[in-house]
Design a protein around this ligand. Sequence first.
Ligand code: WTA
Length: 660
Amino acid sequence: MEIIVSANEARKSSPIPPPDMKGAHVAGMEAYRSLVAEAEADYSGYWSRLARQFVSWKSDFTVGLDDSQAPFFKWFADGMLNVSYNCLDRQVERGLGGKTALVFEADDGQVTRIDYRELLARTCRLANALKARGVSKGDRVVIYMSMSIEGIVAMQACARIGATHSVVFGGFSAQSLRDRIQDAGAVMVVTADEQLRGGKRLPLKAIVDEAIALGGCETVRDVLVYRRTGSDIAWDASRDRWLHEETDGQPQNCEPEWVGAEHPLFILYTSGSTGKPKGVQHSSGGYLLHAALTTQWTFDLRPDDVFWSTADIGWITGHTYIAYGPLALGATQVVFEGVPTYPDAGRFWKMIQDHRVTVFYTAPTAIRSLIKASEGNEQVHPQRYDLASLRILGTVGEPINPAAWEWFHRHVGGGRCPIVDTFWQTETGGHMITPLPGATPLVPGSCTLPFPGIAAAVVDETGAELPDGQGGILVVRKPWPSMIRTIWGDPERFRSSYYPPELGGSYLAGDGAIRDPATGYFTITGRIDDVLNVSGHRMGTMEIESALVSCTDLVAEAAVVGRPDETTGEAICAFVVLKRARPSGDEARQIANELRNWVAKEIGPIAKPKDIRFGDNLPKTRSGKIMRRLLRSVARGEGIAQDTSTLENPAILEQLAQSN
Ligand code: WTA
């Protein structure tokens, strides 16, 4: 493990006090501290109290935390519940049937509203259709769809019948989709004919066909297709079914399948240190608790709020803070199909204005790109829009640099809205370190303090706690309800990735962190493993390397590292040795483009390297290990001031440095 303290440190200034928020769910630091103290005094009891408050149980649990098989922790294990019941039926029973659940805005601006009663009815019809096709409790269903009401309905319908869904982001390639279908052993794929983004039609069903044609997906019996654009698509009558034909005529009620709290609600694949993505498995009860609890406390969500998370359901944020958390609280939320820059870079601001959004949650990369766009065009500056409805802002996925924070605070939040910089991961299920808007004084660039009950700490390689002010490894000392349960099909990898023995039973997040000596606030300093964060998307360097070397006609060897990028946070930089002489000039540019397209085809466009440099060789130690530390310096354009005495072939660095 290597600890890199990035340049993105928190601004050194006095914290901005929280606004006076009457009736906030966590009102003031006193209230925060008393929750922290409650968790410390009776850890299992604290979470059990909240689990009874936030989740409706079919039958109550008797044990909160069960750590008898650590690190395979269980929470509320003998309790029975249904997640879809908690998100939908419960709202109707509370009299919220006519309340708007989703305000869907399509790419072309068309708006569809759907209330809780209708969302429940549609979920039940699809759940019945899934059952009619033989999908049952414990089966896996892959959902490969863009942002849509149907995508959310598909997730809820799986939850309703106890099927475990695995949503695959619509930007992933056929190869990546195939790998995920195969690893999950899915019996069904739910998809759409096409997706619409930024005025363009992009294929989905055709990619499913391609994925299945690659082989290894024999478990898939049916492909359900939502008709989004109506374009002509290839059809295999033995397996393809229109979603509307399957659901038409299905009854609009469907008894929920009551499952144990530990029943796997979903698997979501994410990148790790090896070439193979990990299927992060989440539970039902503990996950739902934290989804609902953090949605309420971190965003201080009230009944009349209009919540908007700009994430995609293909990522964890779209699970916890679109498909589950807000629905479990009976909230009204905006769901957006398109992209922030279409038809122009004022789209987000216009949507906030049109839908009177009160809580807005987005990614630092989006903010940075919209800052850039508004610098070139006054028309799309947030000041041109009426954003007075906003109450709270949030960011997720990557560190937010203080300059972007200030801009967001001033121009979008009008200087009055607290920004919650939420640190968490696919594996953590929900927020881990975050300000609470009515309690925590803010420091731009810092995710501030642990959510009450989360035992975050900064340690060294031996697991010993470090003094504040010293950068180290971020760990979580105690298990929490929404944590990853295992890696699907690979419990050993779960144990070795997250619970390495030297850390003595703490969860290893994979990030570095530092705490401020004066405030105890955390600042995340970036990944300490071979994972990059590009525009808030996690990418494994080894995944990209394997994609490059699988281009066997061209590539002999490849190494991938990250370098800082103003807009995307990090950029992917690949060092490539070809099977032919090192190219230069136009030829180098042309081959680099070929390789970028190759990677897009293998993984997806988000994995395309920004820089590709060619060398006769790669810098290696005498024992043949690639020296990534040096490659990182070359990628950043830094001088090679580091010790190169262990390097087998020092001249190669000069060559790589000049090959840009
Ligand atoms: C990074 C996204 C700094 C971090 C929810 C983490 C952050 C990885 C923040 C998880 C933040 C996420 N500040 N870094 N507020 N939020 N990260 O699994 O490196 O897609 O480990 O989950 O994103 O990415 P993932």
